[in-house]
Design a protein around this ligand. Structure first.
Ligand SMILES: Cc1cc2nc3c(=O)[nH]c(=O)nc-3n(C[C@H](O)[C@H](O)[C@H](O)COP(=O)(O)OP(=O)(O)OC[C@H]3O[C@@H](n4cnc5c(N)ncnc54)[C@H](O)[C@@H]3O)c2cc1C
Length: 492
């Protein structure tokens, strides 16, 4: 994947079949679907692949036990099918994780036990393993950290765990391999219209400031919580469709949750779902659900969210974790979809939404990482109609996702110069943040350690990208500042 090649391709003046705006799970899934069908597609991302919500998830490939409780079985079945497909198509990224639901009320075990049998059944042949009810002793053996007083037993079930930002980069590489043009640090600043129809977008290169237009038969708005900005660029005064809800995670050392199993609390005192999940010798505790007035690309946890998470971490984990134990805090924004205004042809499908505006702009948002492939399929089915493209069958259900070559960096370790150079040459890493937050997960695993490594990474990147000493100093400084926002309590 070479950024300069992508920019040259985009500037060549060709009219593409599709231009996808936004390089998170949704945009990447859409671009890959289009490329795999043989359409000529480009994707532009304003920051970096998965810089938005897609690098800040709980990292579960799941059917959504929450939807099961709401009785939305078709949604659960579809997500479970996608979970199985992803496990098959990206075995290097997805592995089964055992979750234990501790039961303190006598009806909890049969209630969740039966529900999870249904979950197994809905997964069918694509299941990851069977759920089962646990006695009190086995529950404590699996999760020795939970309070024994009043514990009656538990339920064990399996879901998948994956690395969200790594999947994003591997999807980008797979799409590139199929002929898609992809570039990060390239923002769509406005839409090109012809005869009232969207015919492309004006792009701005964040590295050079250069602006140029790209024409396409169909433009897809896959900008996550920012979809309304482009919808308004398409149609002044268009009604907003997204409200934003923030979810925060704390990362703690592994000693607070020894063992291999994760904890799932289906209903906290205030009715939320909570997870404590082992991840790279750490434990990730989350999440919150806080409505926000506006979206930002670098959201920060609020003090009440930190209190809530620490309070629950103390309840279910060993050794009373304190703020000083927190290695990292990360926040992500969920786009919650309201219905559109009357000018859209609405297709409220599943838990994602695909809208086509009067000018033909396709907006896709909602859903979850687990269902990114299905979202891409729905968008391209729709795009073929809207843009009069050749109708071709979707092939991503069985399409293997490229794994990094043998010996690629371990995402949990600070990368050496050779690995940094590799990320820059082959995975479009352009900044220290790209390397330490997404090509590896160092920022999320230990924000202070990542900050200490910033200068070294900047130097290794500068060697490959041909940057000078001033760039190195600037990169190291801005990464250190960013990392302050991932410390406990976050600065800024
Ligand atoms: C706290 C939390 C936990 C979650 N946990 C899970 C989980 O465990 N499992 C699961 O399946 N799902 C989970 N999800 C849901 C999942 O993360 C999201 O559904 C998914 O990441 C959304 O991807 P997206 O591509 O739509 O948005 P984003 O990832 O936000 O991507 C949008 C991109 O568009 C770019 N962009 C914006 N404007 C422009 C422009 N003008 N030009 C170019 N680019 C632009 C942004 O920079 C951004 O990278 C979770 C979500 C949250 C918030």
């Amino acid at each position: 994947m070479k950024r300069a090649e992508a920019i040259d391709g985009l500037r060549a003046g060709e009219t593409l079949d599709l231009l996808v705006i936004g390089g998170g799970a949704t945009g990447l899934g859409t671009a890959l679907d289009a490329a795999a069908r043989g359409h000529r597609v480009a994707l532009v991302e304003a920051h970096d692949f998965a810089k938005g919500t897609s690098s800040r998830s709980t990292k579960l490939v799941h059917g959504g036990v929450r939807y099961l409780r709401q009785g939305n079985l078709s949604l659960v079945r579809e997500a479970l099918r996608e979970r199985g497909r992803l496990a098959r198509n990206a075995p290097h990224l997805v592995h089964p994780m055992a979750f234990v639901i501790p039961a303190y009320k006598w009806w909890d075990t049969p209630f969740y036990g039966i529900g999870l049998k249904l979950y197994d059944a809905l997964a069918g042949k694509l299941g990851l393993g069977r759920s089962r009810m646990l006695g009190r002793d086995e529950t404590l053996a699996r999760i020795p950290t939970i309070a024994p007083a009043g514990l009656r037993g538990g339920v064990l079930y399996l879901d998948g765990q994956f690395d969200d930002a790594r999947l994003a980069v591997d999807l980008a590489r797979t799409a590139w391999d199929r002929g898609a043009l992809l570039a990060n640090q390239l923002r769509a600043v406005s839409l090109i219209k012809e005869g009232g129809k969207v015919a492309g977008a004006e792009l701005r290169d964040a590295e050079t400031g250069a602006e140029f237009g790209v024409r396409a038969r169909v433009v897809v708005n896959a900008t996550g919580v920012f979809v309304d900005e482009l919808r308004r660029a398409d149609q002044a005064g268009a009604a907003g469709i997204v409200t934003v809800s923030q979810g925060v995670h704390l990362v703690l050392p592994k000693r607070f949750l020894p063992g291999d199993a994760a904890i799932m609390v289906p209903k906290t005192e205030d009715g939320r779902v909570m997870f404590a999940v082992p991840w790279h010798e750490r434990v990730v505790v989350g999440t919150t659900d806080t409505p926000l007035a506006a979206a930002s690309i670098e959201p920060r946890a609020l003090p009440e969210e930190l209190d809530f998470l620490l309070h629950h971490a103390r309840r279910y984990l060993a050794g009373d974790p304190a703020g000083s134990d927190v290695l990292s805090v990360f926040a992500g924004l969920r786009p919650l979809v309201r219905s559109g205004d009357g000018t859209d042809t609405a297709a409220m499908s599943r838990d994602h939404t695909v809208l086509v505006s009067e000018s033909g702009l396709i907006t896709v948002t909602g859903g979850k990482w687990t269902t990114y492939r299905r979202m891409g399929e729905d968008v391209i089915d729709r795009a073929e109609q809207v843009g009069g493209l050749d109708r071709r069958p979707c092939v991503t259900a069985e399409l293997p996702i490229l794994a990094p070559p043998q010996g690629a960096a371990d995402p949990s370790r600070l990368p050496g110069p050779a690995e940094v150079a590799w990320f820059a040459r082959h995975e479009m890493a352009r900044t220290v943040e790209d390397v330490l937050a997404r090509r590896t997960r160092c920022l999320l695993l230990d924000a202070a350690a990542a900050a200490r490594h910033a200068r070294e990474v900047a130097q290794a990147l500068a060697g490959t990208l041909g940057r000078d000493e001033a760039w190195v100093a600037d990169q190291a400084d801005s990464f250190r500042q960013l990392a302050e926002g991932y410390r406990f309590p976050p600065a800024g």
